[in-house]
Design a binder for this molecule. Structure first.
Ligand code: XMP
Ligand code: MG
Length: 179
């Protein structure tokens, strides 16, 4: 059982750092969509993206339809490689401009799976935004809007968890005892 002990977290991104990243991403996304459409469908990839999704969309100057998908591939701090689907998008994205909102991309396996599913519904377009990107994506996933690149560190906070703990931290860091 993992305990909640923020003193074990080495802060990498403060609340202020995250806010600056989110603001920059929102202005890139606004600039991209404004000439194309006045409405997007933003898909929150649960659970890790929840704070990022909420903070990002508050800064989007378009109509935004909210949608949620719940997928997981991790157990503890390592990927199981098996993607488990818990909830899929609840309304059709046919002819919609879809923005997939992810917290962190590692191998790209999770996003690849979701993208394949979404394309089957013939959306008008699909773009990806991720707060963080790790190393190289084996699954050929290209992130359109990236917050920051991080090394091969397992990070927690701002939605990211270790066995469901630390999601509620307002900053992002790594577990010192995990190294
Ligand atoms: P893949 O390999 O599918 O992995 O791109 C992406 C998914 O794994 C989760 N993930 C993390 N979660 N801290 C976390 O809390 C991390 O450092 C981390 N790295 C990957 C993430 O939720 C994403 O959906
Ligand atoms: Mg996740």
């Amino acid at each position: 059982m993992m305990h909640f002990d923020p003193s074990k977290i080495e802060v990498l991104y403060s609340e202020k750092d995250l806010e600056r990243i989110v603001e920059r991403l929102a202005s890139e996304i606004n600039a991209y969509y404004t000439p194309i459409t006045d409405e997007i469908t933003a898909v929150c990839i649960l659970k890790g993206s929840v704070h990022f999704y909420s903070d990002l969309l508050k800064r989007i100057n378009l109509k935004v339809r909210y949608n949620f998908v719940h997928v997981s591939s991790y157990s503890g701090s390592s990927t199981t490689g098996r993607i488990r689907v818990k909830t899929w998008v609840d309304e059709s994205v046919t002819d919609k401009y879809v923005l997939l909102v992810e917290d962190i991309v590692d191998t790209g396996g999770t996003l690849r799976y979701i993208i394949n599913y979404i394309w089957k519904q013939k959306p008008a377009g699909v773009k990806l935004v991720s707060l963080f990107e790790k190393t190289i994506h084996e699954h050929g996933v290209k992130i359109d809007f990236t917050g920051d690149r991080i090394g091969d560190l397992f990070v927690v906070g701002y939605g990211l968890d270790f066995d469901e703990v630390y999601r509620n931290l307002p900053y992002v860091g790594y577990l010192k005892s995990d190294l």
